[in-house]
Design a protein around this ligand. Sequence first.
Ligand code: NAD
Length: 252
Amino acid sequence: MDVSGASVLVTGGASGLGAATARRFAAAGAQVFGLDLQDSIDKAAPTDGVTLIPADVTDEAQVQGAIDTIAESGAPLRVAVNCAGVGWAARILGKDGPHDLGLFRKVIDINLVGTFNVMRLAANRMSEESTIDGDGQRGVIINTASVAAFEGQIGQIAYAASKGGVHAMTISAARDLARIGVRVCTIAPGTISTPMLAGVTPEFQKTLAEAIPFPQRLGEPDEYAQLAEFIVEHNYLNGETIRMDGAIRMAP
Ligand code: NAD
């Protein structure tokens, strides 16, 4: 699918993977709307072709408001990329934790419920647009899971659960939204160099990089954006979670 002249929504669009994705789709001629928290928008550098809209992905009214703003642009919404998320970690027990119920629920609310919220409201908007090819396609939704969904890591009980949920939701959503011509895929990144790693010491980042079979470095945000662009262009790709992680398999 060609995005030139279309609207593209990217949540978490002010930082990291979302910002890189917003830049890449803007460069391809799309009108890009990055949805993010006001704090992150305040820190973001302006990008040509990208409009940042403050909204919390867990809030239905705020997301609907952002989608209404996009509709007013006149360019049909064809792509929604869910990059908003938090990587908050804590041990289940002990002095480094506890990973109490409040924190668990917050991570699930942002990473899983927020993804569902945007996916549902974006799909609803896409259903109102005309089809664009002989296959009856209307749009593409890309979600972001993590290798944590498949490998698990100490301290990531809620994060792993939220990302496993995103993976499972993607298969179900792809089958459900097929009837309106919307494809749904997920990217499951390994360790990518973004502000989410701000709390990780350079020494541990080096350890993480050395654990990646090839290439032995952290991923770059634009490598995520390239894959997002590939998924949009590849009309036969649907319901798939693609790992993008240099073949890392985490130690138990
Ligand atoms: P990041 O911290 O640079 O960006 C995340 C963005 O999400 C921030 O701008 C933040 O403000 C926004 N956000 C958080 N909560 C929000 C909310 N409630 N409503 C709207 N926006 C909200 O992190 P990133 O590395 O770019 O992460 C993007 C996605 O990729 C996340 O879902 C993350 O879990 C996933 N991921 C990242 C990595 C990595 O190594 N960086 C690996 C695997 C998965």
